[in-house]
Design a protein around this ligand. Sequence first.
Ligand code: FAD
Length: 404
Amino acid sequence: MNTQYVQGDCIFTRINKTIKQYEYLTEDIETEVIIIGGGVTGAILGYYFSKSNIDSVILEKSRIGHGSTSITTSLLQYELDSNAMELKSYTSMENIIRSYKLGIKALDEIQEFIDKYGNKCDFKRVDSFLYTSKKLEKKEMEQEYNFRKEAGFHVEFIDEDNNPFLFDVKGGVLGKGGGAEFDPYKFTHHLIEESCKKGLRAYENTEVIDVKYSNDEVAVETVYGYKVKGKIVIVATGYNTGLFTKRAFGTKTTTFNIATKPINNIEDICKDVVFRDNNDPYNYFRTTIDNRLIIGGEDINFIPDIYNEELCSKSYEKLEQRLKNLFPNLNMEIEYRYCGAFASTQDNLGFIGKDHNNSKLWYCLGYGANGILFAILGGMMLSKLYCGEVDSDMNLFKLDRFDH
Ligand SMILES: Cc1cc2nc3c(=O)[nH]c(=O)nc-3n(C[C@H](O)[C@H](O)[C@H](O)COP(=O)(O)OP(=O)(O)OC[C@H]3O[C@@H](n4cnc5c(N)ncnc54)[C@H](O)[C@@H]3O)c2cc1C
């Protein structure tokens, strides 16, 4: 099925000029690691493998960074989509704390990349804020605050008495330094630029249409009939995995974002924090370096609703109304409206690791709202695994953890 996973005016490919165009593959080549998918995940994998001097190739069917990467809100935060108390039905408290800590580790890794290679992607480390404006949910926020505080995270509790924000907060957890924001399209290109200096090869307009495994190698065939041979293949195709496995990963929905035109009087306080409310389903919002607001959420069924313009318009309208309710005094005009596939899992974690029936088929799928941070962890863990080192945290992301 040739499903289109992204619809609308995607902000990051509209506000950015094409940074670099990559060639399409016109010959048979060999490598060690074949990375399929040239979104932010593929770029992250390319970075970690080339950093470890492992020969690798990215094959992208369309253009680099034009899939979900062009629409991700890029609101990075160490906490997961659901609160710890909700997650404990699906996983242990120990695992939740470990996942939060891994989130911080991934944020630090991005920071390290920026410090080393320069900030070409508008990266900014900020606080993360989970809040409710409903009195009834204040207790839930207190529980989350106590949980994180006891686990040693740097958090502050915010309520009506110390609310520094422009909107109503009955209770909220401010994770100090627990968030970041950047331009995912620029980040993807910067990663590939640095990795190519270390030997990574990246091809766009090069769709993989077939994969064949033999005892000592894997060979993929591209749409123009060229072959790439390697030792392993890593699936970094986002929400589109049907060519490689029948396994279903996560529950798919369509999720929505709108972005305003630059706003003159955004208060500075909003610019140093990324926000998520405690509604079900939740909304999340952030600012951009040029003073736009981006808000997301209002998910609907994935298929067939992604093509239902009336339903999509309703979600955009709800998001616009939500922004206006939050910031009635700001003069806002919506410039971009876009949506795409999104997949969530019960424990809010993605999938990183080898296929259990095929040691040459590996996955790095950043499902859940922290997809980009999971991709960073995947890059670190899988490049180590290739060198024979098993990271015990990979257990959290095991492919078969929901199998019965
Ligand atoms: C609206 C929205 C908001 C989000 N907000 C956040 C957020 O705030 N924070 C966060 O961390 N995450 C967020 N996510 C999740 C995040 O966007 C994803 O984890 C991330 O963008 C996925 O990147 P990717 O590279 O895995 O996928 P993609 O960017 O979709 O890249 C996969 C690539 O694989 C290519 N491909 C597919 N099949 C083939 C093939 N056969 N051959 C070659 N190439 C192929 C596609 O063309 C595509 O370019 C959000 C997602 C959505 C949709």
